[in-house]
Design a protein around this ligand. Structure first.
Ligand code: ATP
Ligand code: MG
Length: 256
């Protein structure tokens, strides 16, 4: 399981609302995500969702507090151990087009993580077989490996992003607004794919979205963030049907 304990992260800013020049983006975050669990992370713009995601991807270092996978804190690790930790947590971003290199083919994009994690698939034959498997898993054709991102629709591009996130067989995938850039009908297809993959692979998700109906469709539990804190967590049904915190209730009633 992934465990986040008392994580605090501040940023240097020109001037914050509180009058000083430190902005507290994460303010004592506690969170646990069990194996195979899907956790929704919701809250208004600027509440710290992406900062938390970036911290779990080790792109931000907490000022205080710990992040651990089965008790192992990544921030003290080096070399192979750090690489092994990184393999376990992968991310899918909002805009597949912006986050994919337009000069690379879909096959190159999906298999790029293997260049850093060399031990995973040792021979070219193994990598080719795994690439075909990944394309199939996300509903793309083997011939799609040769195409460049601009030859795909938005939904197909997001499938490429998901295949890439799966390339290292992670235990947890953080999805930061993965369907927000897509048409509604395409959103449903991608969400159904995510649900299928979760059932098939037993992978955990942290699913970040401002769209509560989307969150409801894919998560077992929900954490509500407000000003850098988690103010409520519970089963998705409880949080939606019986919110405990007035902010959660307001958030729920503000969305269709
Ligand atoms: P959104 O729903 O709009 O994506 P969010 O919940 O993901 O919002 P974050 O991107 O985590 O919010 O930002 C949290 C706060 O931290 C915001 O006030 C933001 O301006 C600030 N912030 C984030 N990254 C930095 C940075 N590198 N430097 C300074 N401030 C930052
Ligand atoms: Mg964000």
């Amino acid at each position: 399981a992934l465990e986040v304990r008392d994580v605090t992260k501040t940023f240097q800013v020109a001037r914050s609302a509180s009058g000083n020049n430190r902005l507290r983006a994460l303010d004592g975050i506690n969170l646990a995500v069990g194996r195979g669990e899907t956790l929704g992370l919701v809250g208004e713009s600027g509440c710290g969702k992406s900062t938390l995601a970036r911290t779990l991807m080790l792109l931000e270092k907490p000022d205080s507090g710990t992040v651990a996978f089965e008790g192992q804190d990544p921030f003290g690790l080096k070399g192979r151990e750090l690489l092994a930790w990184r393999r376990r947590v992968q991310m899918v971003f909002q805009d597949p087009f912006a986050s994919l290199n337009a000069r690379m083919t879909a096959g190159e994009i999906i298999s790029e993580p293997w260049a850093t994690h060399r031990g995973l698939y040792k021979t070219g034959r193994e990598r080719e077989a795994r690439l075909r498997e990944l394309l199939q898993l996300v509903g793309l054709r083997p011939s799609d490996a040769k195409k460049s991102p601009q030859e795909f629709s938005g939904g197909q591009r997001q499938r490429i992003g998901i295949a890439r996130a799966l390339a290292l067989n992670p235990e947890l995938i953080i999805l930061d607004e993965p369907v927000s850039a897509l048409d509604l009908s395409i959103q449903a297809q991608v969400l159904n794919l995510l649900n299928e993959l979760q059932a098939k692979l037993g992978v955990s998700y942290i699913f970040i979205s401002h769209d509560l109906s989307v969150v409801r469709h894919v998560t077992d539990r929900v954490a509500v963030m407000y000003l850098g804190r988690i103010i409520e967590t519970g089963t998705t049904e409880d949080v939606f049907e019986r919110p405990l915190h007035p902010y959660t209730a307001a958030l729920m009633s503000a969305s269709p």
